[in-house]
Write a new protein. Structure first.
Length: 157
């Protein structure tokens, strides 16, 4: 559907531009060079409404803590593993699934309202509420606080 709309918009823009009179010549213009340029209207792509529905892969994470001296390499390795193995899938029907290095095959339900993402794990029945700091068609930034420390996770589609 969206591809059809873009095709129609592009064709209409070309038709509009080709109908314009480009032969306006200034007096004394012996070479017959056009003196009027017509810019085709630029069609703006319709904005996709941001939604949590989709498959989200972890791209960045800030644990909100200092890395203990001498543990930098271990921390970097852990972060690389987290980024490689953490993803969430949010379905339109309110179900979700997720994987990370500690928990494989998590299933549950979720709700998203008022910049809050609430996930309930099917197995443990534990509810976790996270702030949605940013949501666009291809970026999701969530955060939560625990013991006075704010953890921020960035995901992309």
């Amino acid at each position: 559907m969206r591809k059809t709309i873009f095709t129609i918009m592009a064709a209409a823009s070309l038709a509009f531009a080709s109908c314009a009179d480009k032969t306006n010549k200034t007096e004394g213009d012996a070479a017959g060079i056009d003196s009027t340029l017509v810019d085709a209207p630029i069609a703006e792509a319709p904005k996709e409404e941001a939604s949590v529905v989709g498959v989200w892969k972890l791209t960045d994470m800030d644990m909100g803590m200092e890395i203990p001296k001498g543990k930098e390499k271990q921390f970097e390795e852990m972060m690389a593993k987290m980024k490689a193995e953490t993803s969430f899938t949010f379905n339109e029907d309110g179900t979700m699934s997720g994987d990370n290095p500690a928990v494989k095959g998590m299933k549950g339900t979720y709700t998203y309202a008022d910049s809050k993402l609430t996930i309930i794990d099917d197995k443990t029945k534990k509810e976790e509420v996270m702030n949605v700091d940013e949501l666009s068609a291809d970026k999701l930034v969530i955060s939560n606080e625990h013991n006075g420390k704010k953890a921020v996770m960035t995901f992309s589609k």
